[in-house]
Ligand binder design. Sequence first.
Ligand SMILES: Cc1ncc(COP(=O)(O)O)c(C=O)c1O
Length: 457
Amino acid sequence: MTDTLPTTVDRAADARVRADDRGHVFHSWSAQALIDPLPVAGGDGATFWDYAGNSYLDFSSQLVNLNLGHQHPDLVEAIQRQAGRLATIQPSMANDVRGELARRISEVAPDGFSKVFFTNGGADAVENAVRMARQFTGRRKVLAMYRSYHGNTTTAISLTGDPRRWANEPGDGSVARFFGPYPYRSPFHSTSPEEETARALEHLEQTIVLEGAATIAAIIIETIVGTNGILVPPPGYLAGVRELCDRYGIVYIADEVMVGFGRIGEWFAFQAFDVVPDLITFAKGVNSGYVPLGGVVVSDRIAGHFDTVSFPGGLTYSGHPLACAAGVATFEVFERDGILARVRDLGDRVVGPRLARDRATARLGRGRARHRPVLGDRTGARQADPRAARAVQRDGGGCCAGRRGRGGLQEGRRVAVHALQPPARGPTAGDLRGRPRARPRRDRCRAARRGRVHVSP
Ligand SMILES: Cc1ncc(COP(=O)(O)O)c(C=O)c1O
């Protein structure tokens, strides 16, 4: 627990944190001299605060990992208890919380998924899922979408379609890319979601055939594309991918790092689309990121391959007990507090109707809309936003930057999309409708108050 309060002003601490950060911390995805990270003093639920007396509604759940909000007492207590009992143990030994978390994850996965390989986060989950697919199929190539993010290790960033990949090339050369469906700015000039599904699947099949079906180990897909636009697959698309994978003997990897563990009101997002992949990557929401944790849920068919063949991968901190204790506590909270039902309710009652109302007009303030053209040419060549791509090259694109100034709203900002992805615990229906929280919290969600924040579809 933090010993500062949301309204505490501590200029000395603010200056000290800024000085240490600016002097010594080398930040992700940034030109180091061009950034000014906000010193954060503490957090609680959906709110965090700085040392200057401002508090912020955390509507990006940090990096879309804080599904249970800041400082959940059950998670904090579970970590403290585990630290007092056994703070670490290497992965080749059996450990109670590691085993319990693996069992609980497999219990909420579809039938036929009994095993979990733990990693430190999402990128290495992707890395190891691809490794499993390659070992299992004896093939090397992997197909991924242009509009995608899969992490920053060599294979994961090579699979990534967005401009964060460019400066990391050449990477893993055995990657080919395809266009996923995007009904709003259809790369296939479709006029309906159904047409988009059919054309996107035809394009994917052509890609498979032209890349050489017998060379392709896996297709990796974010079940709902996250940082590249929150793109929900149109009806039938994921089932069609499953069908193509079956036809050509390709492993279907569902990247659930961002959308798993309640983000859309299901344990795994693919469960809302009536499809079953072969490998499931997860991280973030599995324990709200209180201690780094990710992993791969492995179908029995693929796990069986490694019954007598050694898996050529491993990590010192695979299944770290502190991380797993927070994961077990996450399951307890989800089940006790009905988190999945709460998320579905917020979606059905608050966010969904608002989205339906706003869909036609991306309601950003005029100034912001000029800089971040949410609308514009919706199909064809202009569907990629060159300004956003240049921004990513220059400074990482302001990925999930928070608002500056005296309090406000922390939102995800990337490539022409403002994404609101709040924690399941904490924000009130009023917050989600875009009203400021009541005092004494000094949240000033000006953009939300004006009703101009686009909850991206
Ligand atoms: C879909 C997806 N996959 C993989 C990753 C990489 O996860 P990590 O940053 O934990 O390595 C991310 C991170 O945002 C992600 O959104």
